[in-house]
Design a protein around this ligand. Structure first.
Ligand code: 5U1
Length: 674
């Protein structure tokens, strides 16, 4: 093999990495695209001639392997928390006051202020300088493994520059600059394909691609703003120094970040960014302030799902005017009849809005929304759109106040609104096709029986054609009937039958949740399963000793009454019988320690939790396999801190152990419940 080829390959790789760095990190490209492409072509040819010289960090290896069928789940070692939001100067001042009080300082705090990018959060692990794994945020505790796609994005170096730590987990936002977004949509339009509604959706859609070649072809950028796990590197004293270090290792960091003094510095930065926002090459929805000193960040710790040392200050929600074309009523799984305003479509907050929920009849009356009204609609960032108010001066003549329908718009059964309740309900129960459809959708959903391939459109057809009236009917469907549905071929029908077959082996908590008992969500289903152990014991208690249901932790009289009523109904007992006959099985509920998600993890509890006793928290954790210990050590996985925490919190901060507050604990428990 020629030493010349080896040296040229090394030189080309270094040159290409340098151009990636100049383009993505410094935003200062040195050569035109055509020259860059020429370097890549030469490298590809040399590697083709000398395949033994190909290494995983070569830029030719960004897109490697074949498209996958799905994304693997990744558990985040350090949870990816979110940010608290502020919508006014006053909220920012309150945040700053709280931080200063907690720290016991009178000096103005220093902050690192930066734009809040409208993209999606990712975390990327570099081991010994090499890109090892990348994942999406997911629910903050578990995300999806998107390594193959992140490798395909040129903004991410495959190898860090200089002396990198043994382990570095960089966190940031992947986004699509506006030019790339417009180009992507123009190309989609030219091909007659669907366009993306906004750059954030385009970035998310491009990253969550099963084929990394598609990701590679999209103009994605990334800016890092923080860290997850790190080892082999002593953290600096300041947030700005941390970002500087990331940049030195070759990771892109937003160039707009500034150190600012005190809350006035923050607000001034916010005003400036507001003015510059339209001129930026990417979309932002606010700015983020972070306490600059990492020592202070540690002392402030976390509250709920967000750090106490950082705040997102959002730009005001966009408001637009439009007209109400109609007010329709939708019927949900439990018969709730919900008003929805159909609007003349308007573009607001980055999406086209043509419907908004009005929540319930009381809300319609309070806002006095009428057909034909001109209304103000608001949408901020990722928040669902809302109808703010009616402009009464623009109301056309002869409108009428909206009345609650007396009969269900779907099955024509009577609609009742109990005194004192906001929600009106269709009394049709399972005879109402809308309730039936929603009940079946719920039964099949991921956290319930998890029947893959039984999406909304399939369920709607099954109900409309009268093939399925009760969830038990699902298990009697044949391949022919399924294959005859719209957009369902033999292959999909066979897949759905296999998914139905797989779903028959389930767990008691899933089954209880799937039954759709009113007010019985996933957590209550788990509590009921844990308390009664098997379904017969629960049914027996519901019949003969309803008071026993109230003894289940977190179950009050209202939920207990719903459980009682559910199992008292003959049709529900028949449903359970039919499910059993169809071969649906669930083991009695016993915690098997070895299989549990938190096995091997030690938690320490300190302070008082508002919504649960220490015993309940301990029980919930141990049920998931965790150990709960009385003292903090290096081996502690999390410290759960309630109000008025003791010295354990300080010790955890000194040891850099992640701290969860009550909401964080709840989210962790939810994420791991099965
Ligand atoms: N710019 C920026 N965005 N952002 C989002 N910084 C930042 N920091 C975040 C998040 C969720 O979280 C850390 C403070 C934990």
């Amino acid at each position: 093999m020629s030493a010349g080829a080896r040296a040229r390959i090394a030189a080309l790789r270094a040159e290409i990495a340098r151009h990636d760095y100049r383009y993505y990190v410094l935003d200062d490209p040195e050569i035109p695209d055509a020259e860059y492409d020429e370097l890549m072509r030469e490298l590809r040819e040399l590697e083709a001639a000398h395949p033994q010289l190909v290494t995983p960090d070569s830029p030719t290896q960004r897109v490697a392997g074949t498209p996958s069928d799905s994304f693997e789940e990744v558990v985040h070692e350090v949870p990816m928390l979110s940010l608290d939001n502020a919508f006014s100067d006053e909220e920012v001042r309150a945040f700053d006051r709280r931080a200063a009080e907690r720290l016991g300082t009178d000096e103005p705090l220093e902050y690192l202020a930066e734009p809040k990018l409208d993209g999606l959060a990712v975390t990327v692990i570099y081991r010994d300088g090499l890109l090892e794994r990348a994942a999406t945020r997911g629910d903050g505790f578990k995300g999806e493994d998107v390594t193959a796609n992140v490798r395909a994005i040129r903004a991410f170096p495959l190898r860090l520059q200089g002396k990198a730590p043994a382990l570095l987990e960089a966190r940031g936002e992947v986004f699509m600059p506006l030019k790339g977004f417009e180009r992507l949509n123009r190309a989609a339009e030219a091909r007659g394909e669907k366009t993306f509604v906004n750059p954030r959706n385009a970035a998310a859609g491009s990253l969550r691609q099963l084929d990394p070649r598609i990701t590679a072809a999209r103009a994605l950028q990334m800016y890092c703003y923080g860290l997850g796990s790190v080892s082999g590197w002593e953290l600096p004293e300041r947030q700005s120094e941390l970002l500087e270090a990331l940049r030195r290792w070759g990771l892109p960091v937003c160039p707009e970040g500034r150190r600012v003094q005190g809350v006035e510095g923050c607000l001034e930065y916010f005003r400036q960014m507001g003015e510059r926002r339209a001129a930026l090459a990417y979309q932002i929805d606010g700015v983020v302030y972070k306490v600059e000193r990492l020592g202070y960040q540690n002392r402030l710790g976390f509250l709920a799902r967000a750090p106490r040392w950082a705040l997102a200050h959002k730009f005001p929600a966009e408001e637009v005017m439009t007209r109400v074309r109609a007010i329709e009523w939708q019927v949900g799984r439990t018969g709730a009849v919900t008003p929805v305003a159909r609007l003349e479509p308007v573009f607001v907050g980055g999406v086209t809005v043509s419907n908004v929920t009005l929540h319930n009849f009381d809300e319609v009356q309070r806002k006095d929304v009428r057909i034909g009204d001109t209304v103000i609609v608001r949408r901020a960032g990722d928040v669902i759109p809302e109808l703010v108010r009616v402009i009464e001066t623009r109301r056309p003549a002869h409108t009428e106040a909206v009345a609650l329908p007396r009969h269900c718009p779907v099955c024509h059964s009577e609609v009742l609104k109990p005194e004192g309740e906001a929600v009106a309900r269709c009394t049709g129960g399972f005879s109402c096709p809308a309730q039936r459809q929603e009940a079946i959708r719920h039964f099949a959903s991921r956290l319930a029986m998890d029947i893959e391939g039984l999406g909304d459109k399939v369920v709607a057809q099954l109900v409309e054609r009268g093939l399925v009236r009760s969830p038990a009917d699902l298990y009697e469907l044949g391949a022919e009937a399924l294959a005859a549905l719209d957009r369902m071929g033999e292959k999909s029908a066979a897949n759905l039958l296999a998914a139905l077959e797989r779903s028959k082996q389930t767990t008691l908590p899933r089954l209880l949740y799937a039954l759709g008992i009113r007010e019985v969500g996933e957590a209550t289903a788990l509590a009921l399963a844990r308390h009664f152990g098997d379904l017969d014991a629960l049914v027996e208690a519901a019949h003969s000793h309803p008071e026993r249901i109230e003894q289940v932790p977190d179950v009050g009289p209202v939920v207990a009454a719903h459980v009682h009523a559910f199992f008292a109904a003959e049709e529900h007992r028949a449903l359970i019988g039919r499910l059993r006959d169809a071969g649906v099985t669930w083991a009695p509920f016993t915690a098997r320690a070895a299989d549990l998600p938190l096995t091997g993890q030690t938690f320490v509890l300190t302070g008082t939790l508002a919504g649960m006793t220490r015993e309940q928290a301990q029980e919930a954790l141990t049920a998931l396999g965790a150990k709960v210990s009385g003292s903090v050590s290096k081996k502690t996985r999390y410290v759960v801190a309630g109000e008025a925490p003791g010295t354990k919190l300080a010790k955890a901060q000194a040891l850099n152990i992640p701290i969860l507050d009550e909401a964080g604990l709840r989210r962790l428990l939810e994420a791991h419940r099965r």
